[in-house]
Design a protein around this ligand. Structure first.
Ligand code: HEC
Length: 154
C-alpha cells in the first residue's frame, strides 16, 4: 500500500470511530437496545434454515443444520452480555420485559439452554442422521420459545 492510500485508510478509520462514539454518547440506552436486537436478528437468521426443515419446507440437510448450530452455539454466548445494560427506561422501542434485570441469572441460564441445545444439534447433525438432527433441531426451537415466553412481549 502506498503512503497516500495508507493515510486515506487511517483518516477513514478515524472518522468512523468518531461517529460511532458520538452515536453511543447521544443515547447509550438506545444503542444498547439496538445492539441486542441486532444480535437477535443474527440468531434468527442463523436458525432460519433449521426452521424451514422443522416446518417441512425444505428437506433435512444435516450439513446445513450443523453449520447453523455451530453459529448459534457461539451467538448464544453473547446474549447475557448484550442484555447486561438495564434498558427498561430506554426510549427505543423494545419487547424485552423488565423482569430480565431482576432475574439476570435465570435469563443467563436460558441463554445457556440455547447454547447447549445448539451444541447437541451440531453433534447430532455431524453424525448425518436425519431423524436425530430433526429431534435436536426441535429442542433448539424450544429454547427460543422458553426465553421468549418469560422475557419477551409478543
Ligand atoms: C435468553 C433469552 C432468549 C433466547 C434464548 C432467544 N431469544 Fe429471541 N429475544 C429475546 C428477547 C428478550 C427479545 C426482545 C429484544 C428487544 O426487543 O429488545 C428477543 C427478540 C427476538 C427477535 C426480534 C428481534 C428484532 O428486534 O427484530 C427475534 C427474531 C428472535 N428473538 C428470535 C430468536 C430465535 C430464533 C431464538 C432461538 C434460536 C431466540 N430468539 C432465542 C430473548 C431470547
Amino acid at each position: 500500500m502506498n503512503r497516500l492510500a495508507r493515510l486515506g485508510l487511517v483518516v477513514v478509520c478515524a472518522m468512523s470511530g468518531v461517529s460511532t462514539v458520538t452515536a453511543q454518547d447521544a443515547d447509550p440506552l438506545k444503542s444498547a437496545v439496538e445492539t441486542r436486537q441486532s444480535l437477535l436478528k443474527l440468531i434468527n437468521w442463523s436458525f432460519a434454515p433449521v426452521g424451514l426443515m422443522l416446518k417441512n419446507k425444505v428437506p433435512v440437510d444435516a450439513a446445513a443444520a450443523q453449520k447453523s448450530a455451530a453459529r448459534l452455539k457461539q451467538l448464544a454466548t453473547f446474549l447475557p452480555d448484550v442484555f447486561a445494560v438495564d434498558t427498561h427506561k430506554a426510549t427505543a422501542s423494545t419487547k424485552a420485559r423488565e423482569g430480565i434485570w431482576t432475574n439476570l441469572s435465570d435469563f443467563a441460564s436460558k441463554a445457556d439452554d440455547l447454547q447447549k441445545a445448539a451444541a447437541a444439534l451440531e453433534e447430532a447433525a455431524r453424525g448425518g442422521d436425519k431423524a436425530a438432527t430433526i429431534t435436536a433441531a426441535r429442542a433448539v426451537g424450544v429454547t427460543c420459545g422458553g426465553c421468549h415466553k418469560a422475557y419477551k412481549d409478543d
